[in-house]
Design a protein around this ligand. Structure first.
Ligand code: HEC
Ligand code: HEC
Length: 154
């Protein structure tokens, strides 16, 4: 009896949290510098995908950014950092400090993607879990829901 009740409760909680995670739109007050500086090598990740601390870590290491130099001038960096921090993940589940400063290494990301097999991530049109838009066709609009996913076959 008790077991079944727990299961129903858990399912409920999971679907509520899923609904929250599925939409992560770019806040309307994004500084122009964010699109200009942070969307040339990959999509402009919505700030709600990482915690405050993780954004601070990302922004303080831009000269050594995943094997590239993504530095910006000091004024731009201050402006972007305070905006990212202000809009960072707040719900406890998503606010862990991300290993390696990666969204794709957070426990919620790994859990949500546990059905994606290792060889799928390596497909030519995907290449990396960080390439959200390869599968989430409306990622640029901050939509990550189940019904807006199309995994490329190659
Ligand atoms: C010169 C290219 C370049 C620029 C400019 C750049 N990045 Fe990146 N970024 C990368 C690369 C390469 C990776 C690793 C991608 C991968 O693993 O597939 C990365 C990864 C990331 C990740 C982690 C993705 C994951 O795996 O979860 C975050 C967060 C990030 N960048 C934020 C930013 C921010 C914020 C800016 C602007 C200040 C920025 N990037 C500008 C090249 C760049
Ligand atoms: C290989 C394709 C692929 C890539 C790349 C990918 N995802 Fe996903 N994503 C999926 C699949 C499949 C699911 C599970 C959908 C489901 O619930 O059945 C998922 C689920 C999610 C969910 C949960 C949605 C919900 O309704 O609960 C979020 C949030 C999410 N992804 C964000 C991201 C972000 C952010 C990135 C890039 C950093 C990314 N994904 C990269 C395939 C991908």
């Amino acid at each position: 009896m008790m077991k079944k009740y727990n299961f129903v409760l858990l399912t409920c909680l999971l679907s509520i949290s899923g609904a929250f995670a599925a939409k992560m739109p770019m806040p309307a007050d994004a500084p122009a510098s964010y699109e200009a500086e942070c969307a040339s090598c990959h999509m402009a990740y919505p700030p709600g995908l990482l915690s405050e601390k993780s954004w601070q870590n990302v922004m303080s290491g831009l000269d050594k950014h995943f094997g590239t130099d993504a530095s910006v001038d000091a004024k731009t960096r201050t402006e972007m950092t305070s905006w990212l921090v202000k809009n960072a993940a707040t719900r406890q589940k998503y606010s862990e400090t991300a290993p390696e400063n990666r969204i794709t290494k957070t426990s919620w990301f790994i859990r949500k993607h546990d059905e994606v097999k290792a060889d799928v991530w390596k497909r030519a049109s995907i290449k990396s879990p960080a390439n959200c838009g390869a599968c989430h066709i409306d990622a640029a609009k901050g939509v990550f829901s189940e019904s807006n996913i199309k995994i490329p076959s190659k």
